[in-house]
Ligand binder design. Structure first.
Ligand SMILES: Nc1ncnc2c1ncn2[C@@H]1O[C@H](COP(=O)(O)OP(=O)(O)O)[C@@H](O)[C@H]1O
Ligand SMILES: [Mg+2]
Length: 331
């Protein structure tokens, strides 16, 4: 008996194309090793005819950046009547906009940094300097300026001196038309994959990211040795349980499904603060997800195969069908 036919989508036209291709290759190899028939497809003009030709049982989009995470591609997959791994379009849209995600997750009871959302037009109409000064007075220093939507830490700046604020804002606007000014949260940065297997949602062990000099920025991510990882994170059991609970709450509140990764900063008092949730987490050999899977003592290939089963077990989604966030799972 042959296993399910899976189309792994990787590549896409984003600066994370390379990472996506490596992520996709890893998932494809794992699934082939576990009895699936796998085709690897790029998200380009050939995609729709190829999907029609291949008629996969399930599609696994391993695409980062807007193409994979803003929900549009999943809308198209639903129009084609295809099952796929990962959240439905509306959940992607909630998670992709960091300010919207923070509002939803805060309403579910998880702490967030606190932020103001400033579209470029606000600066233009009201005067950049005056608006920035007011935001800085509220946030205090250091503060964080980042694009409302984006990834790989591009355009994210930590401002420690008031004089650096204008430049940070300008850099942020190079990556999007809306800036968030956030309070800076000091503490331990962690990433928590959430996975649905055998009808159960579970948080994998948190992976701690430590970067000399502070933030997990673009250079720290793509320079070998710049970041240090601890899996599981070096947290007391009771704090680790709170972190897992916060990740599960965020996953459920945003209506994410199958597989996600929730990034948080754990304050020195043990309170987990939500930064963002990723609808299509990286799956390269050195990504955070595989580290968490190993820390949990699970088999990575079997886990990917299990995620495919989870997606296969669900009915094909109707485009635009009623959608509502899930209920928070107990920690
Ligand atoms: N409010 C904040 N407080 C402290 N550090 C932050 C904050 N926001 C972002 N960071 C740091 O910047 C990095 C990138 O920010 P993030 O919002 O996760 O952007 P991206 O989606 O590009 O990963 C984080 O991994 C973290 O190290
Ligand atoms: Mg991040």
């Amino acid at each position: 008996m042959s296993g399910p036919r899976v189309a792994v989508l990787a590549g896409g036209l984003s600066h994370e194309r390379d990472v996506s291709l490596r992520s996709g290759r890893r998932v494809a190899e794992a699934l082939r090793g576990r009895g699936c028939e796998v085709v690897e497809l790029d998200a380009d003009a050939q995609l729709l005819p190829r999907l029609a030709q291949e008629a996969p049982d399930v599609v696994w989009p391993v695409l980062h950046g807007a193409v994979g995470e803003d929900g549009a591609l999943r809308d198209v997959l639903e129009l084609l009547g295809l099952r796929y791994v990962g959240p439905r379009p509306a959940a992607c849209r909630l998670a992709w906009d960091k300010a919207v995600a923070a509002a939803v997750v805060a309403a579910a009871g998880v702490a967030v940094p606190g932020e103001v959302v400033l579209p470029h037009a606000t600066f233009r109409d009201l005067g950049a300097q005056a608006v920035l000064a007011a935001a800085a007075r509220w946030a205090g220093l250091p503060l964080v300026v980042k694009p409302a939507r984006g990834g790989s830490a591009l355009g994210v700046g930590v401002v420690r001196r008031e004089g650096d604020l204008a430049r940070a804002a300008a850099e942020c606007f190079a990556y999007g038309d809306t800036a968030l000014v956030q309070r800076h949260v000091a503490g331990t940065e962690v990433a928590v994959p959430v996975v649905e297997l055998d009808g159960r949602v579970r948080a994998l062990p948190a992976v701690e990211v430590r970067v000399d000099g502070g933030e997990y920025g673009y250079a720290a991510r793509y320079t070998a040795g710049a970041a240090e990882f601890f899996a599981p994170a070096r947290l007391p059991d009771e704090v680790a349980a709170r972190v897992a609970g916060a990740a599960l709450t965020a996953h459920a509140a945003l209506g994410l499904r199958h597989l996600s990764r929730v990034d948080l900063v754990v304050r020195p008092d043990g309170e987990p603060v939500f930064l963002e949730a990723n609808a299509a987490p990286g799956t390269t050999e050195t990504s955070l997800l595989p580290q968490a899977v190993r820390a949990a003592g699970l088999d990575l290939d079997a886990l990917y195969r299990g995620v495919v089963e989870t997606a296969l077990a669900q009915p094909v989604a109707e485009p635009g069908a009623p959608w509502r966030p899930g209920v928070a799972a107990p920690a």
